[in-house]
Design a protein around this ligand. Sequence first.
Ligand code: GMT
Length: 379
Amino acid sequence: MRIGITCYPTYGGSGAVATELGLELARRGHEVHFITYKSPFRLRGYVERAYFHEVETSMSRYPLFEHYPYTLALASRQYEVALQERLDVLHVHYAIPHATTAFLAREMLTERKLRVVTTLHGTDITLVGQEASFYAITKFSIERSDGVTAVSEFLREETYRAFGCGKCELAVIPNFVNLAEYHPGTATPRAMLAPDDHKLLVHVSNFREVKRVKDVIRIFARVRRAMPATLMMVGDGPDRQDAENEAKELGVAADVRFLGRLDTVAPLLAASDLLLLPSQTESFGLAALEAMACGTPVVASRIGGIPEVIIDGINGILEPPGSVEAMARRAMALLRDPAAHAAMRAAAIARAGRFSADQVVPQYEAFYEQVLRGPGAKR
Ligand code: GMT
């Protein structure tokens, strides 16, 4: 198949999933064309059959445009690439604005049939899509896609609840992890990351409000009071400063390392004893899955799609969002009990195997085939 993929190319789970999917599809013999404003962050080096088409994000100063109409440039580029590369499927990740620009591109393309597949990832449904200014167009664009997938049962139900979507059938295809990259053997030597006697905790996110990064620091501060420990904060975003301030206020700044955005996180995950993910909302929790694949148990919020990945007490720990005390208490208990930690680690690795690329990518291929066979009747 010839597949176009549009996603947010910067840091974030939806861009990560879209890019890993494209790379896997290319490895499996499909031709993949990424259409976005920047080379996706996980697209490193040459991969046979994977191509990148850049979308302009600005033009020489034009007085009428206070805001550059990027979405029109994107729709136009999607159309051009679909025509030139004879795309069969245009698969867009994160509904806003990608499902809308794909709709436009498909309408423009009279020369051949193009099927639009939209994957819903999270806040496109749970937050942004429900903003008054985006609600109608999000619903319209989802309903006009030829196929729609959601990354968890939770997100599918939330989409039906919030948007009705009487005209669409949502398939659930979960996130996946590339086990060749995310595995326990990849660990950075511990001596490079923390003093010998320290437990090592890690958080990876884009530091947005939903990630509750101050809770990460608060949980860590409680752990740190009970035992020697280091926390690695990986990523960046609007709440980073708040997290840094919280670490200073709680007197743990010396043991919290803000590492910023990193292209490769598997070696840090594999070196860690625990990942903290106390999010307010999380439609799936790709960061948790990647940590589990590396053998790192996760302490997370019992929210959204996370319970579809983590089974509390077996392969990770779940507590309600905001329950800093309970999360810290259970983290400490696990860190103090090497046998329980080893059992949870093994269970986490086994669970992650259920979400391997080998298991999940064929589900996307089958979905494309189904959409290509279908009548395209939603047009
Ligand atoms: O919805 C978002 O916050 C954006 C998206 C991203 O690009 O980071 O994250 C979502 O998609 C990921 C990949 O499917 C999921 O693993 C995350 O749980 C989800 N984030 C939220 O629901 C907050």
